[in-house]
Design a protein around this ligand. Sequence first.
Ligand code: B12
Ligand code: SF4
Length: 490
Amino acid sequence: RAKHLATLYLNDLADVLRDAIDPRFEFVRYAESLAGSQPTFDPLADALAAPLNLVDDTLRDLTLEALARHQPTMVLLSVPFPGAVYAAFRIAQAIKAQDPRIITVLGGGFVNTELRELKDPRVFDYFDFVSLDAGERPLLALMEHVQGKRSRQRLVRTFLRDGDSGAVRYVNLVEPDVAFAEVGTPTWDGLPLDRYLSLLDMLNPMHRLWSDGRWNKLTVAHGCYWKKCSFCDVSLDYIGRYEGASATVLADRIEAIVQETGQTGFHFVDEAAPPKSLKALATELIARNAGISWWGNIRFEKTFTPELCELLADSGCIAVSGGLEVASDRLLNLMKKGVSVDQVARVTRAFTDAGILVHAYLMYGFPTQTVQDTVDALEYVRQLFENGCIQSGFFHRFACTVHSPVGLNPEEYGVTLRPLPDVTFAKNDIGFDDPTGVDHDALGRALKKAIYNYMHGIGLDEDVRSWFPFKVPKTTVGRHRIAKALSQRG
Ligand code: B12
Ligand code: SF4
């Protein structure tokens, strides 16, 4: 509670910064709208041309301090989300103003997702190179280029500005990526690990895992072994290219990280950690008596038997999150999730019984979703809480992206895409029309209110219609449907 109150106090300070200095200020998602799905670089260019405010000034001072300390010849900036982009460009701007000879390179999840059709040469006033997808091979090629051992034409998955025409070029000499088993162990060497903010703005235990305290980050595999869900960016390398590593390699990485950081908490940042690898890893961790705690994303698939959940718990698993998406068998089928609501109930209950916290990612507004589907999905969610299957959840509004099966083949999902303007910068979300014509915003507000209360154990025995401020149909789901599914546990 003390930490929560301290976080609220920090949030008040953020309000002061927002009102007095920079209306875009946030601890996370800073100036996110300048970058996310922004077809042109104009908004970001305007923001970067504005005089530095107090926050920008502070960032510039920190950048210059780091330059003085490390004297780099090349600086790599990683932008995972749109909310990290503005700061990355401000850092690059400060570097180039200080010493234009320092080579700056941009990469990371945002770039991999949104900048695949980059055409605006102004980006290269800040960055010399922009790299797509897994960074190891492109970076090795770039280093050889910098050392004069490789021409610009032979770079790997790299955007650059052509010296003669000034136009943006994408160079991709096809070379195999470094295998996941060979990429090595992540390092945090030199970072002030004790000085990151630990925030606790929501008392929900899963939200707490995301923001409070520090977890070593590691992936169990590269990509997703399922790669079928129709709302997911399965056409992108970080989902679509699946590669694993042996339990010995993973456990060696874990031991090396514990040794370096002195910290034993791990967040496996896979989109969906593969159950077979988790089983092998858990067995190895127990054999080595590794003494770590870990959590991560999974698919709620039937391979996670009660016995496997017990094994994972014994190896240090404290929480899992996974997609139940729209709790409706018709829609789970349409989205090719490969799970049913009953199966999710049994799997989540097995995790809970093993003492592992379960968070469900939920979705609304999927193509063809009706008001009845939404009411029924909420009834399922209510029963999952009531039956001790899940302890935490969040409803996200479905967003169609250009890289997902829905965005690529909208007709298969009964929707039509709205045309996009010419894209020279970021491309990701795309508007669509669903003939169902449901007001998902209004329904979404009710869903969010309901789940917030369920997480606090409130309103679990009320009719789900009571959360909606307007008339909705009665649920068609039997009142004891989940209890029945659980009793059929084999
Ligand atoms: C873990 C994760 C989170 C965690 C982060 C916890 C943490 N503190 O680390 C949590 C749950 C908090 C989170 C939150 C969000 N996330 Co997230 N997250 C991920 C996820 C699954 C893994 C990231 C990761 O660590 N990968 C492992 C590392 C090793 O890979 P990597 O960072 O991509 O790096 C490789 C390459 O990109 C490249 N590379 C990286 N940087 C650089 C730099 C240079 C110079 C070079 C050459 C190469 C290079 O080399 C690396 C090694 O190959 C990714 C998807 C994914 N699979 O990557 C989404 C992802 C980054 N998240 C995404 C989103 C949208 C969000 C949210 C906005 C979701 C939301 N609506 O709330 C929030 C943002 C929160 C915020 N602060 O703004 C999107 C971003 C897409 C976009 N449009 O930009 C991604 C790509 C997933 C997706 N498609 O939806 N996320
Ligand atoms: S949503 Fe998750 S399980 Fe489905 S394809 Fe994407 S990463 Fe894999």
